[in-house]
Design a protein around this ligand. Structure first.
Ligand code: NAD
Ligand code: ZN
Length: 248
């Protein structure tokens, strides 16, 4: 692993512009379970039953009870880990400009990253399905499920459910960044959810080096990524940052 960390630090040092694509795995060390992979939520519940917009529309109480309530409990207190902090450091070094994330936990921003494209929205906010009023998730009372707005409408997280559209401006900007970066760091994503998984493909097609950081191989491994550093995000980022500091 050390050789690959050294190689990644050299690739980043030589790059003009680095873009990162992150997924649920980067927040595992912050105590937030991913969807797929070991210990993932999908081992326990069926995504289509709980994370699809049709499921929410059909039975908001059930989705709040099984999925959203638990997420709120975890996300209310989650803190960034060394992987988030490492990416924020890379921005300070002037190498990394933008993070494209599939996560809804807001931990990149808490760690200090200033340009984060959120493909799936942010769980920090709820909006009323009737009047559109917004309210902080941490301020919502859990006494009655599903929680309701003053108008009587049901709250939903300001996230993109399966079956809903990615915000078009997020998609457009990500495509441009994927095509213009010379290194793409792909961290903690199983690369199974489109269109996020297509960003490394675009980067590769446009000549970028694609570096994966993930304990497990993904469908990108060996095809799209130049190499994979098989380890947890925090440990690998600490290694890369230490190397970069040594190189500067
Ligand atoms: P995923 O759950 O499909 O895959 C997680 C990946 O992270 C796996 O490939 C796994 O091997 C890897 N991983 C596990 N531990 C890791 C570690 N310590 N360091 C680095 N990698 C690690 O995640 P996904 O590809 O992001 O897709 C799932 C969707 O679920 C996303 O679109 C996201 O919206 C949502 N989600 C978000 C959160 C969050 O905001 N933190 C949590 C769960 C799910
Ligand atoms: Zn309302």
């Amino acid at each position: 692993m050390d050789d690959l960390i050294k190689k990644a630090a050299e690739d980043i040092a030589a790059a003009r512009q680095v873009t990162a694509l992150t997924g649920a795995g980067i927040s595992v060390e912050s105590g937030i379970p991913p969807f797929r992979g070991k210990g993932g939520l999908w081992e326990k519940i069926d995504p289509m039953e709980y994370a699809h917009i049709d499921a929410f529309s059909r039975d908001p109480e059930k989705v709040w009870e099984v999925l959203i309530k638990g997420m709120k409990d975890i996300l209310d207190t989650a803190e960034p880990n060394d992987a988030h902090k490492g990416l924020a450091r890379l921005e300070k070094f002037g190498k990394l400009k933008t993070i494209i994330t599939q996560n809804v936990d807001g931990l990149h921003q808490t760690a200090g990253s200033t340009d984060v494209i959120e493909f799936h929205g942010n769980f920090a906010w709820q909006r009323c399905t009737d009047c559109g009023d917004r309210c902080r998730t941490s301020d919502i009372s859990m006494e009655k499920i599903p929680p309701r707005c003053h108008c009587g409408g049901i709250y939903r997280p300001d996230c993109v459910f399966f079956g809903e559209m990615i915000p078009p401006d997020a998609l457009l900007r990500s495509r441009t960044l994927a095509m213009s970066c010379d290194v793409m760091l792909v961290m903690g994503t199983s690369a199974m959810v489109q269109p996020a998984a297509y960003m490394p493909v675009l980067a590769r097609e446009n000549g970028a080096r694609v570096i994966e950081i993930n304990p497990e191989p993904t469908p990108l491994t060996g095809h799209i990524s130049d190499y994979i550093i098989q380890g947890s995000g925090g440990v690998v980022m600490n290694g890369i940052i230490a190397r970069l500091e040594g190189l500067s």
